[in-house]
Design a protein around this ligand. Structure first.
Ligand code: 6MZ
Length: 365
């Protein structure tokens, strides 16, 4: 089997995917058309932006504002959630930690709570794959065949995807709003929420604003993953490390001294190759810090970040790593499997994932 196809076939774990950045282009265009017909936006302007390839980081954040105009009602939030999960499942992602920023929109009668209810409704509506969302859903056996099939007793067995949610704090938020998100995460623990993310435009917001909410999350036992060093900002990186995050994302502009701290604390890094190249965080993918981290056996996981926005898939990220850095199938499989240890879900889920990889190893290696 060709390596590209093989990267599609192997089970994969996605730890860094933003819901609104993972929407299908076709869905965005359809939503834009409806809003265009209602006169809310000018469809032609929007269509051009959605289909453009290659965007700088500031352009991405402008685009997110547009996405958020297109996805403001509850029904649309449920729809995009359902589609995003189905797309990940279709490329053999077996565990997805999906992150999203709970949003308030008074005009649409939307609160952070009702936004999250719409996300969870979307997860429950998934019908191409079994979704294991809460701990009680983890009993069904996993099946490596791609679509519903009959087993030897004639029962239908289907693919299964474990989903856990991270609630994001946007860097534009106030302390009070960030605290509200953390409290909401706690309320929704039984519904599959396992942690807190800090994201948003890295040039916006002061680190001090987020400290109370992040410390509050820590006290409540919610693990943290922080968007770290998307732009050079050594002071902020130091402050982030002081709070002891359970994972960090991107880590593009880290100085030697902070790498030493990250490495000695073994903080797993969520690596988003295509995203970093597209947003011009580095000159060439060959210069990516993946190489140093991989060679020094530092914990890392390949992730998509925003697979809609950057026209990528998790399979493609694995293929990119294999073809750029010369990893063979054994190394790629081990890389995919090692992400089990960095998921925020509990040991029961980790054990189930180990079994999935073991079965896949017998079949695909
Ligand atoms: C920082 C990012 C991001 O939460 O509305 N987001 N934040 N860096 C990135 N790298 C390119 N990609 C996405 O999903 C979209 C939101 O996720 C964050 C931004 O805050 C963006 O508005 P949700 O589902």
């Amino acid at each position: 089997m060709e390596i590209r196809e093989w990267c599609h076939e192997i089970p994969k774990i996605e730890l860094h995917a933003h819901l609104n950045g993972s929407i299908r282009d076709s869905t965005l265009l359809e939503l834009a058309k409806v809003l265009g017909e209602k006169g809310v936006i000018v469809f032609e302007d929007v269509a051009h932006v959605i289909t453009k390839n290659g965007r700088s980081l500031p352009e991405c954040f402008k685009l997110f504002d547009l996405y958020h105009i297109l996805t403001t009602d509850h029904g649309t939030v449920s729809r995009i959630t359902k589609e995003v999960v189905e797309d990940f499942a279709a490329e053999n992602v077996v565990y997805l930690e999906l992150r999203t920023t709970p949003k308030k929109n008074e005009a649409k009668g939307m609160t952070k709570q009702s936004y999250m209810k719409a996300v969870i409704d979307g997860l429950r509506a998934v019908d191409t794959v079994d979704v294991a969302l809460a701990n009680s859903d983890s009993s069904t056996d996993y099946c490596l065949e791609p679509l519903p099939i009959n087993d030897t007793q004639g029962r239908i067995r289907r693919n299964k995807i474990y989903i856990r949610l991270l609630l994001s704090i946007d860097r534009r938020e106030t302390t009070a709003s960030a605290m509200e998100t953390v409290d909401l995460a706690m309320e929704l623990k039984d519904a599959g929420v396992v942690g807190i993310d800090l994201s948003g435009n890295p040039v916006v917001g002061e680190w001090q604003t987020f400290i109370p909410a992040l410390k509050h999350a820590k006290q409540l036992g919610l693990p943290l993953t922080l968007h770290c060093a998307e732009i050079p900002n050594q002071k902020e990186v130091q402050a982030m490390l002081d709070i002891h995050p359970e994972r960090i994302g991107h880590a593009c502009f880290i100085e030697e001294e902070e790498w030493r701290r990250i490495k000695s604390a073994k903080i797993p890094v969520e690596i988003c190759l295509t995203s970093n190249v597209r947003t011009e965080r580095l000159h060439s993918i060959d210069d990516h810090h993946f190489v140093d981290l991989y060679n020094s056996k530092h914990p890392l996981a390949l992730c998509t970040d925003d697979c809609g926005l950057f026209s990528t898939t998790l399979s493609n990220e694995y293929y990119l790593a294999a073809s750029t850095f010369g990893l063979d199938k054994g190394q790629i499989f081990q890389l995919a499997r090692s992400a089990i240890e960095f998921v925020f879900a509990d040991n029961e889920v980790k054990e189930a994932l180990r079994n999935i990889f073991e079965a896949a190893e017998r079949k695909l290696m």
